[in-house]
Design a binder for this molecule. Structure first.
Ligand SMILES: Nc1nc2c(ncn2[C@@H]2O[C@H](COP(=O)(O)OP(=O)(O)O)[C@@H](O)[C@H]2O)c(=O)[nH]1
Ligand SMILES: [Mg+2]
Length: 330
């Protein structure tokens, strides 16, 4: 659901997720409650925040040594925005740099390995929507954090990060693919619904090559061929900020969501605040995303969009398409 949080809110959110003490968590949560845009779409989030604040206060005042706040799992990161992408890779491959290039998340970029010690989420404002990227500590053949594996199972897309300027760039990707596969996690160049429809288990995945000097498609397909896997390879340069538009396009394809704009009768659509819904969603699904009681009250809707008669009338089972504009009549 589109809450349209401001960058300040996201900073507070990142601070909350990165906080390691109850006091820091409380401080960040209070700031989030102060900064969250107050409208219908954010009601649930507002009440979640209030609930967390009151639980944390209770814990802190009771001085419970084993209070819930002391068991905060840093890998518990429910997806935000239109969908979540977790970046994984060997040490020093550029995971933090990718997140730093397109979000304001407080990640640590460093020339030395193991500089990232806990996951850090950040929101990437892409076109008129937001994609959540999560920076993570490195995976090595000797160590994969169990929390990270759980996060990978729950996330929308897994992105393997490798350093193209390194002579081992191919190995870096292959090592990651085999470490993931040892944990029964195969990656596919397909959205989750299509993986399931083919009767397979696995995750949508792609490969991000940092430090890239590649600027021609032939070089890229030679790399992909040598790699011998069917995932899309997205070359980026984090310092020059090259390659990110294509990367966002591939992530979007794998997230498999649509953007739908709503409008009130006689008014222009709110072009800044699309609702994001899974591909295949209907008008009833949109109504539910707006408010849980709305599907019952919904009489019909008028829809504008590609391949539609302007303002065509539709009922609750109407499938919606990317960039439809919907006027709901109750
Ligand atoms: N020139 C260039 N340097 C990069 C790029 N990506 C990462 N780096 C550098 O590589 C080093 C490791 O990056 P970092 O993001 O900390 O790697 P991580 O350990 O995987 O998070 C840092 O010195 C970065 O500045 C890139 O695309 N281009
Ligand atoms: Mg890092």
């Amino acid at each position: 659901m589109a809450v349209n949080a401001t960058p300040e809110y996201e900073k507070a959110d990142a601070r909350y997720r990165a906080a390691t003490t109850p006091a820091d968590q409380l401080d960040a949560l209070q700031e989030m409650l102060r900064l969250i845009p107050k409208h219908k779409a954010s009601e649930k989030l507002q009440s979640d925040l209030k609930r967390k604040i009151s639980a944390l206060r209770k814990d802190m005042t009771s001085g419970a040594p084993h209070g819930a706040s002391q068991h905060v799992d840093p890998y518990h990161l429910p997806p935000g925005g239109a969908g979540q992408v977790v970046l994984v890779g060997l040490p020093n491959t550029g995971k933090s740099s990718v997140v730093a290039a397109v979000t304001t998340a407080p990640v640590k970029v460093a020339e030395f390995p193991f500089s990232t010690s806990h996951p850090v989420p950040g929101m990437w404002h892409w076109e008129d929507t937001q994609i959540e990227l999560v920076d993570t500590p490195p995976i090595t053949a000797d160590h994969i954090d169990g929390g990270l594996v759980n996060l990978l199972r729950l996330t929308g897309v897994v992105a393997i990060v490798a350093d193209e300027s390194s002579p081992d760039s191919l190995d870096q990707v292959q090592t990651m693919l085999s470490l993931l596969s040892q944990r029964q996690m195969e990656l596919f160049d397909l959205p989750a619904a299509q993986i399931a429809a083919q009767g397979r288990t696995g995750k949508p995945g792609l490969i991000i090559l940092t430090h890239t000097k590649m600027n021609d498609a032939a070089e890229l397909s030679a790399f992909a061929e040598l790699l011998g896997c069917k995932l899309t390879v997205c070359p980026v340069d984090c310092q020059e900020k090259r390659g990110f538009k294509d990367l966002a396009g591939h992530i979007w394809r794998l997230l498999n969501v649509i953007r739908v704009y709503t409008k009130r009768p006689g008014q222009k659509p709110d072009g800044s605040a699309p609702f994001t819904l899974p591909v295949g969603s209907t008008l009833a699904d949109l109504a539910r995303a707006i408010h849980r009681d709305l599907p019952e009250r919904l009489k019909f809707a008028r829809i504008w969009g590609d391949g539609r008669h302007p303002g065509q009338q539709a009922n609750r089972s109407e499938p919606l398409h990317d960039k439809d504009v919907v006027e709901i009549h109750e």
